[in-house]
Design a protein around this ligand. Structure first.
Ligand SMILES: Nc1ncnc2c1ncn2[C@@H]1O[C@H](COP(=O)(O)OP(=O)(O)OP(=O)(O)O)[C@@H](O)[C@H]1O
Ligand SMILES: [Mg+2]
Length: 166
């Protein structure tokens, strides 16, 4: 790795924010989504990670509901991406579970989508194509409830202030 790359990586690491949220029920997941929505701006990528049924779509729908007038947000299980118009940017909801290889995401308009806001379920499918300052939300089962591990580099520490329980 070239030295300046290491320096940039180190700077990102130092600026990293990481915390866990307990999400007791679907309403808590939706509330977290709405709080997150208020903090999003053009150019953001939010990776929604976690096993089947962890609440990724629930979180995405809450964000979409908060930022758009869409009366319903169909899960992009088969279309792989659904796009909405928010006030200040295009909001793209990807579900890449069925993506066969990473580069196929460009056929879904990924490059242009990065100008808006991208919410990405199954982000592991395009791991190497995610920006360095992607906000990663890892949802996990916690009995009947859920837990969210939230991790972001760059200025996410400041932007998530108020959400971090620490
Ligand atoms: N905090 C929570 N506690 C308990 N159940 C929850 C919570 N958040 C969401 N759920 C429920 O989990 C179920 C699955 O949610 P959802 O479809 O959002 O998961 P997903 O991660 O998108 O699944 P998939 O991998 O199949 O796309 C739904 O019934 C939803 O209401
Ligand atoms: Mg889903």
């Amino acid at each position: 790795m070239r030295p300046y790359c290491a320096a940039i990586r180190r700077a990102y690491f130092l600026a990293m924010v990481e915390f866990t949220l307990a999400l007791g029920d679907p309403a808590a997941t939706a509330q977290f989504g709405r709080a997150l929505a208020a903090r999003l701006r053009a150019g953001d990528v939010v990776a929604l990670s976690g096993p089947l049924g962890a609440g990724k779509t629930t979180l995405a729908r809450a964000i979409i509901g908060e930022l758009t007038t869409a009366s319903e947000a169909p899960s992009p299980t088969f279309t792989l991406v659904e796009t909405y118009e928010a006030k200040d940017f295009a909001l793209h909801h990807f579900d890449l579970y069925r993506l066969e290889k990473a580069d196929d995401v460009f056929e879904l308009g990924y490059e242009d989508a990065l100008d808006g806001v991208c919410l990405i379920e199954w982000p592991e499918r395009i791991e190497r194509l995610l920006p360095a300052d992607t906000l990663v939300i890892r949802l996990a089962m916690d009995g009947a409830a859920r837990r969210a591990l939230v991790r972001g580099a760059g200025d996410w520490r400041q932007r998530l202030a108020g959400l971090n329980p620490a």
